[in-house]
Design a protein around this ligand. Structure first.
Ligand code: COA
Length: 576
């Protein structure tokens, strides 16, 4: 039996049946055994009911995206079977709840290896609790694909330990019942087997949302305020566990407006601050984002995008807040938008977001998305001693000096003071102000202050990590993507190059203001520029068209799911 280097297992079932727990546990166990993992989950907005799906991709090598399709489907009910049956292909494996559940017939699908596991029935009759249905399934999956039983027992203990030892024991028992069902009834006939990798001490598994929290911690964030909102809530949950350990503060506010107002106030007082939300929350925050911009206060806003507009599709994936982040807000408000590609990037680019906010004294978005925020992935443990931390420039008082909070300086950055510093009183107001901070509405003053607030970003592209370009000699097509679509694009580029096509790619993480020095030569060099993104309007394509006056090929999908690498590869082939 050939050992696979890459395997995708998809769990599907009803929300409330423990699909998410099963997926989480198998991914944790595999990661602890030294495999690389990357997960994708999608579930309904309801707490119970509706189709929930959790997909785990395992590999011995670095994983860049959710992948194309799946190899194994483990379905807990008929709805999940129907949702996935059309995607089963020659060589796929199906594990399904039969008999005893709502799947009425034994499955015999040509080319597909089918394992019937009466998950619900065994849970009820042998494990003694229907709740353990997901562990019966997990026992079967672990047995079939060589996923460490001890590893899964470890995750049962850590996940359900707080529910009591009897719950843990019931789940251990169910795990073994699932395993025995396969051992007693089947001889494995499918070709898949994922042997463990080499466990590495310095690997950690975390979600994109947790990674944003970790990045904030490393950057020195000492004040976080947010109002819970799917899919961003977990940023706050992570920080609520971590910040108190370091004697730092978290405030759960009554809404998003209050959250941002809290962090603006804390930033004024000298704290390094962040709020976390999703699109609807960012919509509410617009007036205050303008206020942070005109007051020149460093603020980081983590926006984990979801399907919109309005409450839209809270649990579904979309990249549709770029226009809002870049162009939202009345008046001319300077701000920066940074978008990470993967979980590890969420750590390091959140640190960069703090650095940019502190250096340039303005609101900075870290624009993540639902797929990335909820995804768990393995990565090398970050080493805080190896990152660059930038803090705001503070005013150094010299004798006889009078302090001007909004002093017009050569760099356009005005040193700050802590409120209450002797002889440095100023007004931090949202009204246009003179250098002293006193309100002033003259044409000359507004012009000078607006110029200052935008011109201070003149060296941003050099301050920020360089935009990555992967060019190929002889290519006539350049492709660029943003956010978590970058990982998918990297894989797509690999696919088409293997087939002999020539194509170049760019992976921008600074998405507003656009990194002109990197982007312009790239755009000018290629006959065609293709931009795949997950929104209706082709938002990055629109922004780039406006900035650089050229005609990109916009490739958009907006069905609540990410691209697969194959979809982008097919589009590249079509365009070439
Ligand atoms: N033994 C004991 N408990 C178990 C178990 C087992 N074998 N398997 C699962 N559970 C528990 C889980 O611990 C969890 O309990 P908790 O709520 O105390 O943490 C619960 O059963 C649900 O299981 P889980 O695996 O986490 O989720 P699921 O696959 O059943 O799906 C969701 C449920 C995630 C779809 C649903 O609860 C949800 O959160 N929906 C989204 C809501 C939302 O964000 N809406 C948008 C609002 S704007």
């Amino acid at each position: 039996m050939a050992e696979r280097n890459d395997l995708i297992i998809r769990f599907g079932g009803e929300g409330g049946e423990g699909v998410i727990s099963a997926g989480d546990m198998v991914s944790q166990a595999a990661a602890r055994s030294g495999l690389e993992v990357l997960t994708f989950k999608t579930f309904p907005a309801e707490i119970k009911g509706g189709y929930a799906m959790y997909q785990v991709r395992f590999s011995h090598e670095k994983i860049l995206s959710e992948g194309s399709g799946f190899d194994v489907a483990c379905v807990f009910n008929n709805e999940a079977l129907q949702a996935n049956i059309k995607s089963l292909k020659e060589g796929s494996v199906l594990i399904y709840d039969f008999p005893g559940g709502d799947i009425e017939e034994e499955q015999n699908i040509p080319g597909v290896t089918c394992y019937a596991v009466p998950m619900g029935k065994l849970a009820k009759e042998e494990a003694g609790n229907y709740r353990s249905k997901n562990m019966i399934a997990l026992g079967a999956v672990a047995e079939l694909f060589s996923i460490s039983r001890d590893g899964i027992r470890g995750t049962i203990n850590s996940k359900f330990g707080k529910k009591g030892q009897d719950v843990v024991d019931m789940n251990y028992k169910a795990l073994d019942i699932g395993r025995d069902h396969i051992r007693n009834n089947y001889k494995k006939t499918d070709p898949y087997k994922m042997d463990s990798g080499t466990p590495q001490e310095d690997m950690v598994v975390m979600s994109g949302n947790e990674a944003i929290g970790l990045g904030a911690l490393i950057a020195g964030c000492n004040f976080f305020s947010a109002y819970p909102i799917t899919p961003a809530t977990e940023v706050g949950i992570y920080l609520s566990n971590q910040l108190p350990k370091f004697n730092r503060t978290l405030v759960q506010a009554e809404d998003e407006i209050a959250s941002l107002a809290n962090v603006i106030g804390a930033s004024y007082a000298g704290a390094k601050v962040m709020t976390g939300t999703s699109g609807p929350g960012v919509s509410l925050m617009q007036e205050l984002i303008g206020m942070a911009s005109i007051m020149e206060l460093p603020v980081v806003i983590a926006d984990v995008q979801r399907g919109g507009p309005s409450t839209g599709l809270p649990t579904k994936h979309e990249q549709s807040d770029l226009l809002l982040a870049a162009h939202g807000c009345h008046g001319d408000a300077s701000k920066v938008v940074i978008s990470p590609e993967g979980v590890e990037d969420c750590v390091y680019l959140t640190i960069e977001a703090f650095n940019v906010a502190e250096k340039y004294q303005l609101p900075v978005y870290i624009l993540s998305d639902g797929s990335l925020g909820l995804r768990t992935s393995s990565m090398k443990r970050p080493d805080p001693s190896k990152v660059k931390i930038v803090n705001r420039e503070m005013y150094k008082k010299t004798n006889g000096d009078s302090y001007n909070r909004y002093a017009l300086t050569e760099s356009n950055i005005s040193p700050m003071v802590h409120p209450g510093e002797e002889g440095c009183a100023y007004i931090s107001a949202s009204l246009e102000h003179a250098e002293s901070s006193a309100p002033r509405y003259t044409a000359e003053n507004h012009t000078a202050m607006l110029d200052k607030r935008f011109n201070k970003l003149v060296d941003l592209e050099d301050f920020f990590p360089a935009t990555e370009v992967d060019e190929q000699e002889g290519a006539t097509l350049g492709v660029l993507a943003w956010g978590s679509t970058i990982g998918t694009l990297r894989e797509a580029i690999g696919i088409v190059r293997k087939e002999g096509l020539k194509v170049s790619a760019m992976y921008p993480k600074l998405v507003w203001p656009l990194p002109e020095k990197a982007m312009k030569p790239f755009i000018e060099k290629y006959d065609k520029i293709l931009i795949p993104e997950i929104n209706k309007q082709g938002q990055l394509a629109k922004v780039m068209r406006g900035e650089f006056n050229f005609e990109p090929i916009s490739y958009t999908i907006y069905g609540g799911l990410p691209f697969t690498p194959q979809m982008i590869a097919d589009k590249i082939k079509e365009v070439i």
